[in-house]
Design a protein around this ligand. Structure first.
Ligand code: NAP
Ligand code: ZN
Length: 373
């Protein structure tokens, strides 16, 4: 065995974990910028964080202008707000968009850069970040990535640095209780993508494989309850746990072909991130089955599905009503996705033809565009 495993985020998991562990935020600094979207004011997360900061005697300003798939304009405005208010740390609250925006704001407040230089790498520092997820899917609370809309390359691109790992992640399932069925399903599919993709890279480790398989096991157990709209609080908590586990996986391995293929669906058509990955994941597993059958078998066993077709079927039930695309678009996106650096280190080595095959084999062609439908 030969591997490197790095997970510096302190994880606090459980009901009321923000209030119970407020004092852990004290060493982060004197003045926080809370970076969030609109929903945290309704699900209790924002008031819990503000009360915790107040109890510690820390000042706080709120930047609640995060948009989905955060843009450079959004994170530059947040960084400007951090500088204007003299914030010395950042608390991100929300889905992956808000948590990623918080990391990018922390980076740009620490090291201001022009838009054209944001994606050129070499990030070495950031203000300290704490993270409070309110969706269960991205695992961003335990990763070193901030995924931003990249209008230069017309896709989504991650910036990353070990400095972007949240120092603390507070995971309380109660904040996710009000998520609607669609967001719950999409985000769960994202977590599944992370777990599965993370098992097919040269950077996967025995530790991350364990987390991936446990995440897959939990997600497949809960999928039918998401479909039925019958999630109990305990199920919500398990989804959050599975998402965090899958986040620790991609913190080692990064995401790969499915994310590279999913980004154009989001960039050009606005498809939610999790749905974009979930509709493509089954075909990726089909390709993996041909090339790496043993790993694929471990995944199918964890999922409790007898074969790849059953695995795909579970995802298409979960994502019923998903978006569809023109064949000409998929052909163009296959070209774009095949140039994505995420394909380096993928152990089943997809080329452009494989990517097009995965797009066309996924049930995502527009009505009438697929002669077999
Ligand atoms: P999201 O874009 O953060 O949120 C989706 C929607 O859900 C937004 O409208 C959001 O509103 C709302 N929302 C969030 N929490 C809610 C709650 N508790 N109740 C009701 N509504 C709620 O979606 P996401 O799937 O969590 O994140 C996707 C982003 O994460 C993408 O940009 C993706 O590329 C990125 N990502 C990052 C990583 C990483 O490692 N950094 C990994 C995977 C994906 P408000 O925002 O207004 O609150
Ligand atoms: Zn993802």
């Amino acid at each position: 065995m030969h591997f490197t495993y790095f997970m510096p985020a302190k994880i606090l998991f459980g009901r009321d974990c923000v209030a119970e562990n407020a004092s852990l935020l004290r060493p982060f600094g004197k003045k926080a910028l809370v970076v969030t979207g609109k929903s945290s004011a309704k699900n209790g997360a924002l008031s819990d964080v503000l009360s915790a900061l107040e109890a510690n005697g820390q000042k706080a300003c709120v930047f609640d202008k995060v948009v989905a798939n955060p843009t450079l304009a959004c994170v530059q405005a947040g960084a400007e707000e951090a500088r204007r208010t003299g914030a010395d740390f950042v608390v991100g609250i929300g889905g992956g968009s808000a948590l990623d925006a918080a990391k990018a704001v922390a980076a740009l407040a620490y090291e201001p850069r022009a838009d054209k230089d944001v994606f050129s790498g070499g990030w070495t520092g950031a203000l300290p970040v704490a993270a409070v997820p309110t969706t269960a899917g991205t695992g961003s609370e335990v990763t070193q990535y901030a995924v931003l809309t990249d209008d230069f390359r017309r896709t989504k691109t991650s910036i990353s640095s070990p400095a972007f790992f949240p120092g603390i992640a507070f995971l309380d399932g109660k904040y996710t209780a009000g998520l609607d069925k669609k967001i719950t399903a999409d985000t769960a599919a994202d977590a599944l993508s992370h777990a599965v993709e993370g098992m097919f890279t040269v950077k996967s480790t025995p530790v991350s494989d364990l987390a991936a398989l446990e995440s897959i096991r939990i997600l497949f157990r809960i999928f039918p309850k998401i479909e039925a709209g019958s999630l109990a609080d305990g199920d919500r908590e398990e989804l959050l746990y599975a998402s965090m586990l899958a986040g620790t996986v991609i913190a080692q391995s990064g995401t790969t072909a499915v994310h590279a293929m999913g980004y154009p669906l989001t960039y050009y058509k606005g498809t939610p991130h999790g749905e974009a990955n979930g509709v493509l994941l089954g075909e990726m597993l089909a390709l993996c089955e041909e090339r790496l059958p043993e790993r694929t078998e471990r995944i199918l066993r964890a999922a409790g599905t007898k074969d790849v077709a059953a695995f795909k079927g579970a995802l298409s039930r979960l994502l019923r009503g998903h978006a569809r695309y023109e064949k000409s678009d998929l052909e163009r996106w296959a070209e774009e996705a095949s140039e994505n650096p995420k394909l380096a280190g993928v152990t089943y080595r997809p080329d452009k033809e494989d990517i097009l095959r995965m797009y066309l084999g996924s049930d995502i062609l527009a009505e009438g565009a697929n002669p077999e439908r």
